[in-house]
Design a protein around this ligand. Structure first.
Ligand code: SAH
Length: 491
């Protein structure tokens, strides 16, 4: 995509519904101009160095006027920046996408459009409502329920009723009573199934299924707020039978994920796909050592070692980087045995054409240390500077010579303590995938009340560390993300 401005539809909120093309555009942008309806999970995909302009912010209750947005887009594009204009749902469906392109076109600025998954179709789908069904209707109408200030709704209710179609109203929360009474006056059946769905596709989604006559009262009783979609038509009656979203296994659960940002993708994605509300809260970061003094010295006399030990998938990558920097390759490891803490690290080693000789049955440092109790040294530990004491202790006890060669440091971060504190006010699960994630989490929230926290941990050591801070814990059966997710399902 080479255009100066890319108009991107962000979808209705669930980050899984952002298109691949949209995601690529976001990751490549220098400036992102976004709206109120774009969800935080999608905004978190924007690289840190990218300039963000929030035009959905209500400055003294006034949104940034449309002309001003158009001018911002033009100005940034003329500065030569790669601009993404990110809009909720699909940019051309009640999204003023067309208006924003006019000024660009007039000024000869190149642009592209990446359509988005519109809320008009996806929100009903997440509420178990297929917008068409051969038994009930043969067309679908998407209507704005928005009325200009102090003006009456200009909707031809008679025409809509005659179509016998499914009606989807956007921007209709405040005019819901008028919409329903308009349709009733036009002769639509009082018992016609009707629904309103708030914050569709998000973990906070709420839906009300009712009848045309009773929907306004039901929505008022439930204090339904914008953004919400109104659906009128027989297909709404299918909602209970097809209610897949509210029945997802982690629906209603809230999980704070503490893994480093570059490694939390799979976990966050899978938890969300299972219905959980996820706060990405990476509280550790990896800083690679270059040079890695101890490791470089060990590599200089690598043939002296009998065992080489890796405790994370990053270990092999950094080891081979240093080895290469020393002008050597994998042949320098001939005759040296290889141990890894678990299968993921063994896989990382296989990328270099090497098969681990030892992987403990339980993937943690304590079991790795036990499994290595009888080996002959010298042993080279290639790992984080803050590695567990289990290995050094056992080698010292057994008189096995070893060198601890840190190749990276784990530093603690406080991404957004306020968001985390807000989440801690009610029962919440926190995933801990290592001892350092526990330490990073606790140190980012000094003095916080952790009584609502249930720590879901990989590894006994991790759980013990969490317990030191009074956190209740559950430990996954295996040291894998799949097993951690099972553990989260069970607590
Ligand atoms: N271009 C957008 C619509 C913009 S108009 C799209 O294609 O989805 C804004 C209206 O969209 C809101 O008032 C609401 O009616 C609807 N909407 C957007 N996101 C929504 C969501 N997650 N849940 C319910 N309604 C939503």
């Amino acid at each position: 995509m080479a255009a100066s401005v890319i108009l991107v539809g962000a979808g209705p909120g669930d980050p899984g519904l952002l298109t691949e093309k949209g995601k690529a555009a976001l990751q490549n942008a220098e400036v992102v101009v976004f709206d109120r309806l774009v969800s935080p999970a999608i905004l978190s995909l924007i690289p840190a160095k990218t300039e963000r302009i929030d035009v959905g912010k209500q400055a003294s209750h006034h949104l940034v006027p449309q002309e001003e947005i158009n001018r911002i887009l033009l100005k940034k594009a003329l500065e030569g920046k790669r601009v993404v204009r990110l809009k909720g749902g699909d940019p051309f469906l009640f999204g003023r996408g067309g208006e924003e392109l006019e000024l660009l076109e007039e000024n000869g600025v190149s642009f592209e459009v990446v359509p988005g998954v519109t809320s008009a179709l996806s929100v009903p789908a997440y509420a178990g409502i297929p917008v068409t069904h051969r038994d009930f209707c043969s067309s679908l109408h998407i209507i704005t329920g928005h009325a200009k200030a102090d003006a009456v709704l200009k909707i031809d209710f008679d025409a809509l009723r005659r179509t016998g179609s499914t009606l989807v109203f956007l921007m209709g929360v405040s005019t819901l009573p008028e919409i329903c009474s308009g349709l009733l006056r036009a002769g639509m059946d009082e018992e016609m199934p009707a629904a309103v769905v708030e914050s569709g596709t998000l973990p906070s989604q709420r839906k009300i299924i009712s009848t045309l006559a009773e929907l306004p009262q039901a929505a008022q009783d439930a204090k339904i707020k914008s953004p919400a979609i109104i659906v009128v038509g027989k297909v709404c009656a299918l909602s209970e039978r097809f209610d897949w979203f509210d029945n997802l296994p982690l629906k209603g659960k809230r999980v704070i994920v503490t893994r480093p940002a570059e490694r939390n993708g799979t976990l966050c994605r899978e938890l969300r796909a299972l219905g959980a509300d996820v706060l990405e809260y990476p509280c550790i970061r990896t800083v690679v050592r270059d040079p890695a003094v101890e490791l470089d010295m060990a590599i200089a006399s690598i043939s002296d070692f009998r065992w080489l030990v890796f405790t994370s998938p990053l270990g092999p990558v950094l080891f081979f980087r240093r080895l290469r920097a020393a002008g050597k390759d994998a042949r320098a490891l001939a005759g040296i045995k290889l141990a890894t803490i678990g299968p993921k690290t063994a896989e990382a080693l296989e990328n270099f054409g090497l098969i681990a000789d030892l992987v403990p049955a339980v993937y943690d440092s304590a079991h790795l240390a036990e499994a290595m109790a009888q080996v002959e040294g010298p042993v080279l530990l290639c790992r984080a500077s803050q590695g567990s004491d289990a290995l050094p202790q056992i080698f010292e006890k057994r008189g096995v010579p070893f060198t601890d060669a840190p190749c990276y440091d784990t530093v603690y971060e406080s991404p957004d303590p306020e968001a985390a504190l807000a989440w801690l006010k009610a029962p919440v699960l926190v995933s801990f995938t290592s001892v350092s994630t526990v330490r990073g989490f606790v140190s980012s929230l000094p003095g916080a009340d952790l009584s609502n926290v249930m720590g879901c941990c990989i590894g006994r050591q991790t759980a013990l560390e969490a317990e030191k801070y009074g956190i209740r814990v559950a430990v996954s059966k295996e040291a894998t993300i799949g097993s951690l997710i099972e553990c989260i399902k069970e607590v």
